[in-house]
Design a protein around this ligand. Sequence first.
Ligand code: F6R
Length: 590
Amino acid sequence: MCGIFGYIGKRTDATKMAVDGLKSLEYRGYDSWGVAWKNGDHLDTKKEIGKISGVDGSLLSSNCSLAIGHTRWATHGGVTIANAHPQFNADKTIAVVHNGIFENYQELRDELKAKGHTFVSDTDTEIAPHLIEEYLKQTDDFAHAVRLACQRFTGRYAILAVHATSDTLVAARTGSPLIIGVAKDGYFIASDTPAFMHHTRTVQYLDDGEMVVSNGNSIIFTDIETGEERHKREIEITINLEQADKGNFAHFMMKEIMDQKESVARAVNQSDEEIMTVANAIRDAQGTFLAACGTAGKACMAAEYFFSVVSEKHVNFAPASEFKVYHHFLKKESLLIVVSQSGETADVLEAMQVAKSKGAKVLSIVNVEGSSIDRASDYTLHINAGPERAVASTKALTGQLAVLLLVAYALAGKLQEGKKLLLETASMINDMLNPRYIERLSQLAERINHKEDLYIIGKSWNYPMAMESAIKIQEVSYIHAEGFAGGELKHGPIALIEEGTPCIVLAGNDEVTPDILSNAVQLKARGALVIGVAPENNEIFDEWIKVPDAFAAQALVNIIPIQVLAYELAIQRGKDPDMPRNLAKSVTVK
Ligand code: F6R
């Protein structure tokens, strides 16, 4: 969460590049934004509440070669100018932008207050410029002072720091992402590559416990603890600029829903050898666990059913934020499978640390190549979805489901059968996403867009998809939505049903279909408006959304109309589906 950006070099449009870079990092948080830049021997700054889109960075300064910027997802302190980053020391000679949390900030703040420092924000970040100022009493070297300050921080963080009279940009990380962009005319440092991809595709990765200092001509990596220099490879990344753009769509969310016409097939396009390596690792493991958050977690829950039905293998899912409680069951022969679109989710990184501390191996299924999770894993499968910019995850989910199902088929010794089923499913999704289908869902949204409560039920792999449906509808339309296992209704939730309450029933054409239809009858008997998402119509349904019959891949096709419905509900209720309130795309705090 929070996006950070820095530039140092020969160009004189650093504030423009900072603002443009922050626009592409806004998916990480959009509560406020701020930029600080070097102007002669002092630092200038601009901070504002709200989104940065529409701001022209060239108006901040037309002659500046060193700037840092931040787009915020508030953790400590409300959404105010005082709490926006950059944060400064008292005489405004040191500016810091920060992503993450300094867990010991109270203690450091008390220590600094005792030394006479006063604080003007509620943020944990503000201790950083003050602490650096303290260390500048021991050393003239700004980078060294930053290093000494970093040695005091606990928690996960990434920072950029600048000083009014030092022509250097200093950055450090432990736990939160920072990537260096190496250009002919300078260096970029940002939370993610889209922030500088228009300027360079050559990157270097900063790892945990490392810092960098650049004067614009060169860059030096060092270990924060020892001060020893580290040598880094330059890596060329491939990013399709078109994929990172909205194109002709009004919102990224709809563009990414439509991308699924191709992205599912890309997810299936895996090397047989790599899939078999992973399948063998699962077969040989003594205990296979799955951990992920939110939508990716729902893909893992669906995978529990994939492994059970397709390969008769018992695997255990826990939300990544709960995973450390399970550490008693882990040993060095265990395998943890983590799933993440961004590859940067803090709770997932923590689950990986827990597994590694027991000597267990980690397989990651990620979208963003080169991300922290990708690089820290023993095995990785990429879902190849391309950049996903809307906060609500759509094409990443279907890519994750496709890869997990493929692995389940490989484990059952039926890899080619799995590929065939998934490629057929990809083609079905391509057919589904036609203008008439979208229009049909838009009409359904019109029928229910004034409702404040909505329930979704499913059974087997459709149960996690019911939960995922609820996430999609909640986060973009702000309608209260909940997903249940159909059989659980009678144990409590059915008390919520009133005349006209919309209830979506996710069904397939399999052995559990009669069960979920009888749950739908129970809803209907209480007056619910029953919306069936199923291959076959049924007299119980007040509305029927047809989906293809995709057997074990039913989860992939059933979620498609729900994604479109969630989008249409958001639009009809006047909400921005790409940037829902209170959320951020990449959740790098616990
Ligand atoms: C919801 C959504 C989130 C993410 C979750 C994990 O639409 O996108 O629930 O799935 O924050 O993020 P990643 O997959 O990046 O680890």
